[in-house]
Design a protein around this ligand. Structure first.
Ligand SMILES: [Zn+2]
Length: 299
């Protein structure tokens, strides 16, 4: 199984265009090598078939930076077969508008998200005249992709709605994680970039996996409020368990032998984005890593 972590930042990226918090200022001064694009993953179990998880507004640059996602010489053909959406957030779906140039893509999302993309954010209506998207609901059982070799299981996480769909009464889940199983090799991974809570189903989904990539949006519960002078909400209220603290995600990762763990979806206020921070240093000697954009994991 091959995973390419295309983007590692929360919505807005690092630096964010309108922000000069310490994290954004540091990244702006350091230049593009220190920047992070918005969270997105590509997964593959065979050389000419890749699936995206989420389609960030940075998707064009992320695909151009990934050699494995380039069309073969002399063709107008893409190894990209489809896109799985974890939720309907704008920073996970707006990139689909940039993938409309005739590639026949299969698009997967929970039913509530499909309804939102037919309603308050009418992405399906907007893309329909371009003719090539096939939409599918996830959640009623595993999907078999890439000729049956890649088994994908949606793991219900929460009912956190995108702000544009806050009035929707559609039943959840609104946010899922995905487990990927290579049925030929037995390798497996879980991608969970948006964790408002840690359901038992997520623990169940981690059985036998070699790799977990998860929500690292905030280091601490009150980080946004401190970075923005008291205006920001708490991490949990924004739909993200913080990394640190007795109920944070880090303590849940430390006892798991044999699983490589990676934090993604880092907010620009998160000190983990800074290699020199004490918080980043605290991860040394643990199985938990903070990847850069473009990190590839293969096993
Ligand atoms: Zn900032």
């Amino acid at each position: 199984m091959k995973l390419r972590i295309l983007g590692t930042a929360a919505g807005g990226g690092l630096p964010q265009w309108n922000c000069a918090c310490p994290g954004c200022s540091r990244a702006r001064a350091a230049g593009p090598r220190a920047w992070r694009t918005q969270e997105c993953l590509a997964v593959s179990v065979s050389p000419d078939a890749w699936y995206l998880v989420n389609a960030s507004p940075d998707i064009r640059a992320q695909i151009l930076a990934a050699p494995g996602l380039a069309p073969p010489d002399g063709t107008r053909h893409t190894p990209l077969r489809g896109v799985l959406l974890t939720d309907g957030e704008l920073d996970h779906t707006a990139g689909l508008l940039a993938l409309r140039e005739g590639a026949a893509l299969d698009l997967y999302a929970p039913p509530a998200v499909l309804a939102a993309l037919d309603g308050p954010f009418p992405l399906r209506t907007l893309l329909a005249p371009y003719g090539s998207a096939r939409w599918h609901a996830v959640g009623s059982g595993p999907l078999l992709l890439d000729g049956g070799r890649l088994r994908v299981t949606a793991v219900p996480i929460s009912d956190k709605r995108p702000r544009y769909a806050s009035g929707s009464g559609a039943p959840g889940p609104w946010v899922v994680a995905y487990r990927f199983d290579d049925t030929a090799t037995g390798t497996a991974a879980v991608y969970a970039p948006s964790l408002a809570r840690w359901p038992d189903a997520l623990d169940d989904a981690l059985a036998g996996v070699g790799c977990l990539i998860l929500d690292g949006t905030f280091w601490s519960e009150d980080e946004m409020a401190r970075a923005t002078g008291g205006r920001g909400s708490g991490a949990r209220a924004m739909g993200h368990l913080p990394v640190d603290g007795p109920d944070g995600t880090l303590v849940r990762l430390l006892g798991r032998d044999g699983i490589r763990c990676f934090y993604t979806h880092l907010n620009n206020t998160n000190p983990l984005a800074d290699r020199a921070s004490p918080e980043r240093g605290a991860l040394a000697g643990t199985p938990v890593e903070v990847p850069s954009d473009g990190t590839e994991i293969e096993w």
